[in-house]
Design a protein around this ligand. Structure first.
Ligand code: UGA
Ligand code: MN
Length: 244
């Protein structure tokens, strides 16, 4: 059965390089279907062109963040419209397998893709470089789930990172109302709660009983826009021309 990787992405100078890195990871994974979902009204030409070159099995979809959240100042619910669009696609097109929410800027251990395939309901595993604590992970005692460790608990029932869990498609299909809320910081918890009935003790522990980090919450430094986005935008002051 296929592995569905749901990747939210949006237009910025780092977009294509992030997608390049991610595609190179997925090229090493068998039977993977990449759902690339842009926070945009129309698909970006450069992204379409890029995806066609990868040779990967992919779906290029769009799902703009609703205006009322976009206009809000402060933290926005990033990637939520995209991920819900991915869930909608899975409900309409998939019958088996496993899906995973993979942000475009993270770093993924190849073992992650092997391990999450065996997910029956919801599996979880450690994520590195997460918050200033550097780690988000289920806590395992005597081989059994006993709680969570996360740098930001905030009363969440499932204090986990987006990159720290995978879900079986069949399990999702049995929960027609499962959805991700537009609530910054509470996207993971809201989505996992919406899978009810599902108890934390049912979590399938991966990464050798959560002793190994399988995903890293890497973040790319923001870059100046013009150069990466438009090759024709030379600044005359920085242009050295060949003399005759
Ligand atoms: C953290 C969490 O690790 C994310 O899983 C979570 O979605 C996010 O916070 C959040 O709740 O806002 P962080 O690195 O801070 O991640 O967020 P980004 O990587 O900037 O964005 C998460 C995903 O959404 C990325 O795949 C990004 O491409 C996408 N995104 C971001 C959009 O589609 N639209 C935006 O306006 C911003
Ligand atoms: Mn990120």
């Amino acid at each position: 059965p296929p592995l569905y990787v749901i990747t939210p992405t949006y237009r910025r100078p780092e977009q294509i390089p992030e997608l390049i890195r991610m595609s190179h990871t997925l090229m090493l994974v068998e039977n993977v279907h990449w759902l690339v979902i842009e926070d945009a009204k129309v698909p970006t030409k450069e992204v379409t062109k890029f995806l066609n070159r990868t040779g990967l099995r992919f779906q290029h979809l769009t799902a703009p963040m609703p205006a009322k959240y976009k206009q809000k100042k402060g933290v926005k619910p990033r990637g939520v419209s995209n991920r819900n669009r991915g869930l909608k696609w899975i409900r309409a097109n998939a019958t088996e397998g496993v899906f995973y929410f993979a942000d475009d800027d993270n770093t993924y251990d190849l073992d992650l893709f092997t391990q999450i395939r065996r997910t029956k309901k919801v599996s979880m595993f450690p994520v590195g470089l997460c918050t200033k604590f550097g780690l988000s992970s289920p806590v395992v005692k005597d081989g059994k789930f006993s709680g969570f460790y996360d740098g930001w608990v905030a009363g969440r029932r499932f204090p986990v990172d987006m990159a720290g869990f995978a879900v079986s498609v069949k399990f999702l299909l049995q929960r027609p109302n499962a959805t991700m809320p537009y609530r910054a910081g509470f996207e993971e918890d809201g989505f996992l709660r919406s899978l009810a009935p599902f108890e934390p003790r049912e979590i399938e522990l991966l990464g050798d009983n959560c002793t190994r980090i399988l995903a890293w919450h890497t973040q790319t430094k923001k870059n100046e826009p013009s150069a990466a986005l438009d090759m024709k935008l030379y600044r005359s002051t920085n242009l050295v021309e060949l003399k005759q």
